[in-house]
Design a protein around this ligand. Structure first.
Ligand code: IMP
Length: 439
């Protein structure tokens, strides 16, 4: 394959089906990679999670934050919010209003079968966290867990229910019946108010409601290109993540079928997004976590504060054993790496290649002893604007030698190609390795 000179392809490549997932604890920079790739796609689909996710995309120095709409919403024709999601209708309407200012003609389909997050779920999220005591997860308080609890208890409100006042009231009553002790202050007048507001929002959302399985099948038949955008991160997966310090949905690529109704057999590429170091919000094991001045410096340079909650993120070195685990779970074909510019500003750079903790052995040993199981790398220094312009012109060849060594090490250790590198906040600071790579 030939190294790419110019990083953007000018046309949509027809007929590709790709999934992009986070291969770490979330916040890998998926939004940026999806925004970059979405130039080549017609449809972008979300299939899990809710407003616990957050993407920030910077275009011409302006920041756009999304929680429900896929990051690809800025420039594709059609976005889909799949049934695997839990959707807060108020946030959805706010985001739709915001996106209209940027991509006025964007078509939006919201699955009728997606579940609804209400104010009750947000209250329950707080109340449940308090009850967990020392086992608290550190959730985003967005009502995600309680909404999925109702889904699986088969008492959940679905998007299509928002058109039926009687059904909304009945379902809210059941939630209160079952969980009254956790939210004792909710009386019938508050429930009536909530039901009316849900109904009103339902009327506004009606025009977007649809069956994502048939919309996607039509898109496929018409050979349109489709990008699936995973939310959160693999290590937060409800089954394979570091349970119980996980989110309440499946975050792996394989879940895209259950969460959107599109067959997994048609997906051609899986791209795993990693950050050049790691971050995590909330509790639970973090084998390569670092504390002190080094962590503080990465946090400040990389603006490592939660998009949804503003919480400072925990920081750690890149973790090869966990990355291999994510590659296995998602069957990742290619890696995309973000924030190499941030990491380059550190005097010393480390990667952990050895520890005993993988999520199904969460009681194994952390490795935050940087003297063992770590490899050190020479810093590639700050990438100045002139360096960045050179990289945009010349592609991977223009990377500093130290960065090439670091990237090659990851490739050798994982057996996967790093096909995309992002090296700055702005959308344009992303390059592909090959021009003939169909992604
Ligand atoms: P929940 O998804 O709000 O229930 O939070 C459960 C755990 O997942 C907490 O540790 C959150 O901080 C974490 N989490 C959920 N979504 C994201 C995300 O998009 N990025 C990073 N962490 C997340």
């Amino acid at each position: 394959m030939k190294a790419l000179g110019i990083n953007f392809m000018q046309h949509r490549v027809i007929d590709i089906i790709t999934a992009v997932v986070g291969a770490q604890f979330g916040d890998e920079g998926k939004g940026k990679i999806v925004d970059f790739l979405s130039e080549n796609y017609d449809y972008v689909v979300r299939f899990n999670g809710g407003t616990n996710a957050g993407h920030t995309v910077v275009v011409n120095n302006e920041k756009f934050k999304f929680h429900l709409l896929p990051a690809g919403s800025l420039r594709v024709d059609h976005v889909i919010l799949g049934n695997g999601m839990v959707i807060d209708p108020r946030s959805l309407l706010e985001e739709i209003e915001a996106i209209r200012k940027i991509n006025r003609d964007l078509r939006i389909t919201v699955s009728k079968k997606a579940h609804v997050v209400t104010d009750l779920h947000r209250l329950l999220d707080k109340a449940e966290e308090e009850k967990r005591g020392s086992m608290r997860i550190g959730t985003t308080f967005q009502g995600i867990g309680p909404a999925y609890e109702d889904k699986y208890a088969r008492t959940g409100i679905r998007i299509e229910d928002l058109l039926n006042r009687q059904l909304i009231k009945e379902k809210l009553n059941i939630i209160i019946e079952l969980k009254h002790d956790l939210i004792p202050d909710i009386d019938s007048s508050k429930l009536n108010e909530l039901a009316s507001s849900l109904l009103n929002m339902g009327k506004e959302i009606k025009e977007y409601m649809g069956d994502t399985e048939s919309v996607l099948e039509d898109a496929y038949e018409q050979k349109r290109s489709i990008l699936f955008e995973g939310a959160n991160g693999t290590l937060l997966d409800i089954d394979y993540g570091m349970y119980p310090y996980v989110t309440s949905s499946n975050t792996m690529a394989g879940f895209l079928s259950c969460g959107s109704g599109f067959s997994f057999r048609k997906v051609e590429n899986v791209i795993g997004v990693i950050k050049a170091y790691m971050s995590k919000v909330g509790g639970g094991p973090f084998p390569t976590e670092i504390n002190g001045p080094e962590a503080d410096r990465i946090r400040e340079l990389g603006h490592e504060y939660g998009t949804t909650t503003g919480r400072p993120r925990r920081i750690g070195w890149l973790d090869i054993p966990l990355l291999k685990y994510s590659i296995l779970l998602n069957d990742i074909d290619h890696l995309a790496i973000t924030n190499v510019d941030t990491l380059g500003e550190m005097n010393e750079i480390k990667v952990c290649h050895d520890h005993e903790m993988i999520p199904n052995n969460a009681n194994g040993k952390n490795n935050n002893n940087p003297d063992s199981g770590y490899k050190s790398f020479e810093s590639w220094g700050k990438l100045e604007d002139v360096d960045k312009r050179e990289i945009l012109k010349e592609g991977f060849d223009a990377f500093p030698e130290e960065l090439k060594i670091y990237l090659r090490y990851i490739e050798n250790m994982t057996g996967r190609d790093i096909a995309i590198v992002s090296f700055g906040n702005n959308r344009e600071y992303t390059v592909r390795k090959y021009d003939d790579l169909k992604i």
